[in-house]
Design a protein around this ligand. Structure first.
Ligand code: ZN
Length: 266
């Protein structure tokens, strides 16, 4: 077994464990409850969960997706979020290796995962994720200025703040225009703060690209949902996040394509 494989497996396990904590955040943050106290307990009967029933990915399967005490079903989402976080951590490690930017990106995507599930469930993005993420992005830019392709901590923070401004500003402006055109609130404050977070971590260029990519993800899903539920108001946060991830992985390629030659094919 080579070291790369071992480290990949390690990242997957760390991711699954993080996912276990993200599950707690997804359940408690929208209810304004502490994510630290009390410890993990069954949401149906309140029985505290022993450590051996709280092993990421494993315990849910061993228990057959049911609480040991009351036999009430435990949502599949818990297992899915642990798997998703594990795979995301592994993917980021495969992409970035142990470059310094890996660690801030792990924090960013953890915030993304909480935001996606809470936004789909409640149509809100918790401030702990968006504002907390904005602050984390700025602080990380000081410690890891490579986030903004510079070695200067001073410039790193500057680019992060510019990212907050451009990211949040773009969607704020769109909201104002949308409110004017459709005569109702089109864009929530949560989306503005989320875009601020994306800008803080990824810089103004990729934040702007995120802004332009998100509607493509949103439109596809929106059409399906509209047919299925006849409801045209959809949570927008998850699509901003899809746009952000596409920008993170392929942003430079997309921007290059648009600048060189790509435009001639439009
Ligand atoms: Zn129970």
């Amino acid at each position: 077994m080579d070291l790369n494989f071992l480290f990949g497996a390690f990242m997957f396990i760390i991711g699954a464990m993080t996912g276990s904590f993200l599950n707690v955040c997804i359940v408690r943050l929208p209810l304004e409850k502490s994510v630290v106290f009390p410890g993990s307990h069954c949401v149906a009967c309140g029985t505290p969960i022993h450590w051996y029933d709280n092993i990421p990915l494993v315990s849910w399967l061993v228990l057959g997706g049911r609480c040991r005490a009351c036999k009430e079903k435990i949502s599949f989402r818990y297992w899915f979020v642990e798997l998703l976080t594990g795979l995301t951590f592994l993917l980021l490690y495969r992409h970035y290796g142990v470059q310094p930017v890996l660690w801030p990106y792990l924090v960013m995507v953890s915030g993304f995962i909480v935001a996606v599930f809470v936004d789909f469930g409640y149509r809100i993005i918790p401030d702990e994720v968006s504002i907390g993420g904005m602050i984390a992005g700025v602080v990380f830019s000081l410690i890891v200025p490579q986030l903004h392709a510079t070695r200067s901590p001073f410039l790193g923070v500057g680019f992060a703040l510019l990212g907050v401004l451009v990211g949040g500003g773009s969607i704020y402006l769109m909201g104002i225009i949308g409110d004017f055109v459709f005569k109702k609130e089109t864009m929530g404050g949560g989306d503005v703060k989320l875009m601020g977070m994306i800008g803080a971590f990824m810089g103004w260029k990729l934040a702007l690209l995120t802004f332009f990519l998100a509607p493509f993800f949103g439109a596809g899903f929106g059409i399906v949902e509209k047919i299925r539920t006849k409801d045209s108001t959809i949570a927008y946060g998850p699509f901003l996040i899809m746009g952000a991830l596409a920008s993170l992985f392929w942003g430079d390629k997309i921007i290059n394509f648009l600048i060189t030659g790509g435009i001639y094919h439009l």
